[in-house]
Design a protein around this ligand. Structure first.
Ligand SMILES: CC(C)(COP(=O)(O)OP(=O)(O)OC[C@H]1O[C@@H](n2cnc3c(N)ncnc32)[C@H](O)[C@@H]1OP(=O)(O)O)[C@@H](O)C(=O)NCCC(=O)NCCS
Length: 177
């Protein structure tokens, strides 16, 4: 299994099956898919078939005004393969790629059912909950890369390799249940 860049169309099948309950009529093209700076990554099998997909789109967040931010969208892992590390591997690759492109922050509208996944990877859950994507409960999740770098430089905290996300939740008091 490999992580590679793919075209937006390669994400559509998993988006539909995992995020839109397989509805044939569901819109699986997302705003920003083709915007400058957007990219799509997939974990692929030996034949190049996507097993997990994610997209990142340059988009500011009011959670970090004035910071260069990418929004993670369409994070979806083949149902039979969930819970085996594919999502973690893909998320790490998305964050590294966004950071290489100049991102200071990566954020997403995270489904409440997936918040533990993000928390476990060092993201903070912020603000009030809201309904999105067919009335599912969501919270905004944020990975503050500049903060992770500052911790690495100062030695105040775990030492990740360059480009890796912080390994513990945001200690700044932003985190909420
Ligand atoms: C959420 C999702 C992307 C995680 O990817 P994954 O490959 O299943 O996750 P990993 O195996 O890398 O990591 C599993 C970790 O995530 C946590 N987790 C949270 N939600 C989970 C879920 N729905 N399924 C599996 N694991 C989940 C597990 O508790 C585990 O935590 P730990 O390693 O800290 O103990 C994937 O399960 C998925 O596509 N779910 C359905 C669609 C979805 O919710 N997408 C995100 C929308 S914001």
């Amino acid at each position: 299994m490999d992580v590679r860049e793919v075209g937006a169309e390669a994400t559509h099948d998993l988006r539909r099956r995992v995020l839109r309950q397989g509805h044939p009529e569901a819109e699986v093209r997302f705003d920003g898919d083709d915007a400058p700076g957007s990219f799509h990554l997939a974990v692929v099998d030996q034949e190049g078939r996507p097993l997990a997909v994610a997209t990142a789109v340059p988009a500011p967040t009011p959670r970090r005004p004035g910071r260069r931010a990418w929004r993670l969208r369409g994070m979806a892992v083949e149902p039979a393969l969930q819970g085996r590390g594919l999502g973690s591997r893909l998320l790490e690759a998305v964050v590294a790629r966004a950071e290489a492109g100049g991102a200071e922050v990566v954020w997403a509208a995270g489904r409440d059912s997936a918040l533990d996944f993000y928390r476990g990877r060092g993201w903070s859950v912020e603000g009030e909950g809201y309904l999105d994507a067919g009335d599912l409960p969501h919270h905004t999740v944020v990975l503050d890369l500049a903060q992770g770098r500052a911790r690495s430089v100062s030695g105040d905290g775990p030492q990740g390799r360059a480009g890796s996300p912080p390994r513990r939740p945001d200690p700044s008091g932003h985190q909420q249940p």
